[in-house]
Structures are given as C-alpha cells and as structure tokens.
Design a protein around this ligand. Sequence first.
Ligand SMILES: [Zn+2]
Length: 221
Amino acid sequence: MKACACCNTEKPLELFYKEPRGLMGVKRLCIECFNKQRREATRLRSPEQKTQASAKSAARRAAMSSEALAARRLYLDNWRRKNSANVETYRRRAKNGLYNTKDRTEYTKAWVQQNREKVLARSRHWQKRNPDKVVLYVQLRDAQKRRALAQWDIELTKLVTLEAAALCRLRAKALGGKWHVDHVVPLRGKIVSGLHVWNNLQVLPAKVNISKGNKFCEAIA
Ligand SMILES: [Zn+2]
C-alpha cells in the first residue's frame, strides 16, 4: 500500500505505474491521478507550447539519417499492417485521451521480457553515466527493504546521498582507494539501529566500512 501524493488515498501498489527509481518502485501519483494530470497538461498546453512540440519533432525528423527514416517508415508500415484491426480503436482513444492502461502495461511487460538484452544494456549505459544516482537508489532501496528509511526530509536525504557519492569519487581520485557512503549509526546495529536519513550519513574508506560491519563505534564516526 502507498498513499498517492495527489488524492492522498492509500492504494495497493498495482494501482501505481512502475517507476524503478521511485520509492517502493512506483510513481508518486496513482494511475488515475497520473493520467488525469497528463491529460490536463496536454489539454492546457499554450499555442506556443504546441508549436514548440511540433517544431521539436520536426527537428528530430530532420536530424534523422535516410536509413533511420527508412527503418522508421518500414516499422510503421509493418505496425499498421499488424494492427489494422485495432487502428480505429487506437485513433478513437487518442482522440478522447483514453488509454487502456492495462493493455499498455501488459505490452510494456512483454516488450521488456523480449528485449532483456536491450534493457540491460540501456541500464548499464545509464549506470555508467550516473554513478552517484546508482549509489542513491541502491541506498534508498536497501533502506526501504530494512524498513529504515526516514519518512521526513526525504528530498534532503536524497540530495545528501548524491553529494556523499560525489565526495566518494572525489576522494578516490585525490587520495586513492575506494570510499563508501556509510551510516554513522548502522541500519541494523547490534545495540541500536539507525535510519537512512541525511544526518546519519558519512563517507568512509571502504576498508574501514567493511571492517566496521554493523558496529556502532564513535571513534570512527
Ligand atoms: Zn491518486
């Protein structure tokens, strides 16, 4: 269960769109609210925004190589042939702003399953470019799993984790060795258990962090 950030109703996780980077792996808004906001945003676009959007897609098309364009045309032709029976439905849905979210979720799931390699490669590529965010999300997920994620100041905790991860890289470069983002009071200590919260974070050499285990030891902190 999770409370939707818009309608404030507690709903089961299936009623939220998946978001690997989100808390509990889902978006902040429930599907209903999310779609409502999306439709509103599209409807309320100013004429300039509409022109901007179409200019953007025109620019994207113009930047495509002839092979890419040909591949796109082929893909679209194939798609139309395969989905000819449904095209009318799709058109009506697009016009009314209605989407069968269940179908879409199923479709995405199937696509991910069939394109596992592609998804993994994309994710690896993203991880390489965003090392600090990787630390951030691993920490968040881990804290969530251990039920040690402080519910207050979450945005600040995220920011401090990102900064700490950047500091780890900086120190590794300047001083050598590996550095970890660590908790002053460990999340699962023998005597006390700490929380994943901004003022319980520190940057430690990996060696110290590993030898420290889950001991709470003020000499190190
Ligand atoms: Zn909602």
